[in-house]
Design a protein. Structure first.
Length: 315
């Protein structure tokens, strides 16, 4: 990826406190993925859409609109709701009709991901009903990507530890808050790699967002991630607590001491920085399986995955 592309992506991730950033990789079939970036003004709005006024090609600009502009988008989601597992249902609306979609993958951010996938499929000639059905059939195909499972002791774990950047961490924190409504919410966050000059600010913004969203307990893993802890502490009036620990072993010890029935625990970080924590929580699952995350192909997950020719990756 060219330096200018990286700079644009990093710049787009700076608005995580009040924006949802959609990055779309378009594979030209020759092994080259070109990235386009669009800002969604408010992920929580009950209706989002995309405008596709020209044929979609590598390098195309895709406009993502919030509720106020959704009515004139060519492909849009309306009447968005979340269930108690953070899975979205919505009505997929196009110029040719409407179709219900009920996602089995976790996170409000999956609405924008799947709407853009729907637009590409419709342009390719797939019937609306088939698109809606295919989206509803999506399941995870790999671990550590928004994999939600219940342990036998009543603890719910959100394992999104495969990879992380500020935007995907923001999405995961929103999912934690949605799934953990009325329960104690714990976020275990590790280092976010490859942020360049935005590294400190990006980590601080993630911590501030966790506090602003009302996360009850924040465990920050590793010295490079400490600005997350500092960002959380900077939020006036936050009633939660934050601690920075030197490594994953210490984070695991804390969780074993502190976690209790009913808690919801998010694990997120760049690559291996929190994998041991996630594995330790899974080892305590007592045979409980992942919720809605088994096997059929087509899962949409966290940032960092690659795509075969002709597919779209949004994170």
């Amino acid at each position: 990826m060219q330096t200018s592309d990286r700079a644009r992506r990093r710049k787009s991730e700076r608005k995580i406190a009040d924006a949802c950033i959609l990055r779309v990789g378009l594979n030209d079939g020759m092994g080259n993925i070109r990235w386009v970036t669009a800002d969604l003004a408010d992920c929580s709005e009950n209706g989002i859409g995309i405008s596709l006024r020209a044929p979609l090609k590598p390098g195309s600009t895709i406009t993502v609109r919030g509720k106020l502009g959704a009515h004139d988008a060519d492909v849009r989601a309306e009447d968005v709701t979340l269930d108690d597992r953070g899975r979205a249902s919505y009505t997929l609306v196009t110029g040719d009709g409407r179709a219900p979609v009920r996602l089995a993958i976790t996170g409000a951010h999956q609405v924008s991901n799947t709407v853009i996938a729907a637009a590409v499929a419709l342009i390719a000639g797939m019937p609306l009903a088939d698109v809606a059905s295919a989206l509803s059939d999506l399941r995870l195909v790999s671990t550590r990507r928004m994999d939600v499972f219940d342990r036998a002791d009543g603890v719910t774990v959100i394992d999104d530890s495969y990879n992380a950047n500020p935007a995907s961490t923001a999405a995961a924190l929103h999912a934690l808050v949605a799934i953990g409504a009325g329960r104690r919410r714990i976020a275990v966050l590790g280092y976010l790699a490859e942020l360049g000059a935005h590294e400190r600010a990006g980590h601080e913004e993630v911590g501030a967002l966790a506090a602003t969203l009302g996360v009850d307990r924040l465990i920050v893993v590793g010295e490079p991630a400490e600005p997350i802890h500092q960002g959380a502490q900077s939020v006036s009036g936050w009633r939660g607590t934050s601690v920075a620990v030197p490594d994953q072993d210490r984070a695991i010890e804390l969780l074993r001491t502190e976690v209790r029935a009913g808690d919801v625990v998010l694990v997120k970080g760049s690559r291996y920085r929190t994998w041991e924590v996630a594995d330790a929580l899974r080892a305590g699952a007592g045979g409980a399986g992942s919720a809605g995350s088994s096997s059929p192909a087509g899962g949409a997950g966290s940032a960092g995955s690659s795509s075969p020719a002709g597919t779209v990756v949004a994170s």
